[in-house]
Design a protein around this ligand. Structure first.
Ligand code: PAF
Length: 293
């Protein structure tokens, strides 16, 4: 596996392969790779001739009180995982190479970032949109793979690619979970032993909401209170949001009569957890909707 640190070297490598008709796949990451990343890398490997993984802890997507400084940086372990999975290039630029002195350009995607994570983490999505645009320009992939775990990020990236004609196909992989349901995340290592035992309640609350919908509940408020009831069993959780939304626009729904997404964000001690589930209403609710259309 080749390790490339300089953006201009990465550009030259990709341009050369593209000229030869090689299909380049790309998995952007911030490192501290886990089984969730492994599934993205495998999805990329299956579809590409050459696969690039980037490892870059992007400072511009962290707020001033967030965990940029303590974000886990374990390059040797990341290299080992990439090697095992047959990655061709690990692109790991420095902050100075990505944002040199005098840098002043940002990319902003408006509507889709207005709510939820965008509301709680000002500037986060501007940082993500900017770095993803830069990484796409540098790596020049034919396709890129993202995880459903960061659902709002996935919608942002799709919008960005369409709006800026970036010509990169976006592939979404399902969230990979621990056996007890907790969504895998590089930040799970911040959880204390005790917090780790209750963290799966977030997924359980989404499952409860999804069950309610499957059983025929269509009032979003009722679904929301079903999800909240699960989390309220454990006073150590602070709920940031639990929402029932349109899966394309992320606008909150009043009634769930077609596919929806359940979004959840909580704080547990110093750790913030997010998760989501896509749900379809009970068959008879869909039928009712069709007959009244
Ligand atoms: O999902 C992530 O790890 C990051 O937001 C990304 C897409 C690598 C951009 O820094």
């Amino acid at each position: 596996m080749k390790i490339i640190r300089r953006p201009e070297v990465m550009v030259a490598w990709s341009e050369n392969l593209r000229r030869q008709g090689v299909t380049i796949g790309f998995v952007p990451t911030m490192g501290a790779l886990h089984e969730g990343h492994r599934s993205l890398i495998r999805a990329g490997r299956r579809r590409s001739d050459a696969l690039v993984v980037s490892v870059f802890v992007n400072p511009t997507q962290f707020g001033p009180t967030e965990d940029f400084a303590r974000y886990p940086r374990v390059l040797d372990r990341d290299h080992a995982l990439c090697r095992t999975e047959g990655v061709d290039v690990c692109f790991e630029p420095t902050v100075e190479a990505m944002y040199p002195k005098g840098y002043q350009t940002v990319v902003m995607v408006s509507e889709i970032t207005r709510r939820w994570e965008g509301e709680r983490r000002p500037h986060h999505f501007q940082g993500v949109a900017t770095v993803v645009t830069k990484l796409f320009r540098i790596v020049q992939p034919h396709f890129a793979v993202f995880g459903q775990k960061d659902y709002q990020q996935v919608l942002l990236v799709r919008r960005l690619v369409q709006d800026l004609n970036l010509g990169v196909k976006i592939i979404i992989c399902p969230t990979v979970r621990e056996p007890d349901g907790l969504a895998m995340s590089s930040r799970n290592i911040y959880l204390s032993e005790q917090e780790r035992t209750i963290a799966p309640l977030l997924y359980k609350s989404l499952k409860a909401g999804s069950e309610a919908i499957r059983k025929g509940v269509i009032e979003a408020a009722l679904v929301q209170s079903t999800m909240a009831a699960v989390l309220k069993q454990e006073p150590r959780f602070t709920i940031e949001y639990l929402a029932v939304c349109d899966p394309l626009t992320l606008e909150p729904l009043t009634l769930v009569t077609s596919k929806a997404i359940l979004l959840g964000a909580v704080r547990l001690g110093s750790v913030r957890l997010i998760d989501n589930l896509i749900v379809s209403p009970a068959r008879n609710q869909r039928a009712k909707r069709l007959s009244s259309a």
